[in-house]
Design a protein. Structure first.
Length: 237
């Protein structure tokens, strides 16, 4: 096999592996996992390196994430074996005598690096995320509804961001002090972000409006239920 073809195949495999890791990371983000944690978990699962006990809580407490983690591990195992065996066969069959200019073999690698770098440009990445999110929404037939993004764990409770598409009827036109979130549900509303402005501390007079992003602290399942949001963390039945 020509050395140029061999390096082109190697570059293609690198690009495919990157695309796969990005897709799995995006799937984990759709379940409410923050971007940085999603990427770390996907790399750990695909490569079989494992992940820390604290980080594993983000996956093990959610049935949907456990399923996705199993698929990621199985896919990574099969894909890694396929890549290694293919690359061994490719490079064992290389005919170095057919390479007139060894410097040109770096062109496929450079092309893959340029594509990956271009796709990591914030504007390009944001466009891709929006496109895939719209496609995922159509495939799953989801309507616009409140969502919850898990930010971190603190003891047995969670810090999460709630995006209100529709304000639950129990909270409409009521100041925070009359919602009963803290005394009845043990949910603390810490910050409110409105109209793309800087998040501000919530107070007793805060009234929820559609489009608000709330940073809250409490039990994740309770947060999802009370705010009528996607239950990214599902209780095992």
């Amino acid at each position: 096999m020509n050395i140029y073809v061999a390096f082109s195949l190697f570059s293609l495999m690198v690009l495919v592996y990157w695309v796969i890791s990005e897709l799995f990371a995006m799937l984990f983000r759709f379940t409410g996992l923050p971007d940085e944690k999603a990427r770390f978990q996907v790399i750990s699962l695909l490569t079989g390196c494992g992940f820390t006990t604290r980080e594993s809580e983000l996956l093990l407490t959610s049935r949907s994430r456990r399923r996705l983690a199993r698929i990621t591990m199985l896919f990574g195992y099969v894909f890694n074996i396929t890549i290694v065996s293919m690359l061994i066969n490719v490079f064992l069959s290389i005919d170095l005598t057919k390479a007139s200019n060894l410097g040109s073999i770096l062109i496929p690698l450079l092309a893959a690096a340029v594509i990956i770098t271009f796709m990591r440009v914030p504007k390009v990445r944001a466009w891709g995320d929006r496109l895939i999110e719209r496609l995922a929404g159509r495939l799953t037939h989801r309507t616009a509804q409140n969502t919850v993004l898990l930010l971190d764990y603190l003891g047995e409770d969670s810090i999460a961001q709630v995006t209100l598409v529709n304000v639950p009827e129990a909270f409409r036109d009521k100041p925070l002090s009359e919602t009963g979130l803290k005394p009845e549900h043990n949910i603390l509303v810490m910050l409110t972000e409105r109209g793309g402005k800087k998040a501000e501390p919530a107070n007793a007079h805060t009234v929820f409006l559609p489009g608000d992003k709330l940073t809250v602290f409490g039990d994740y399942h309770t947060i999802c239920r009370v705010f009528e949001a996607h239950e990214h963390f599902e209780e095992d039945e």
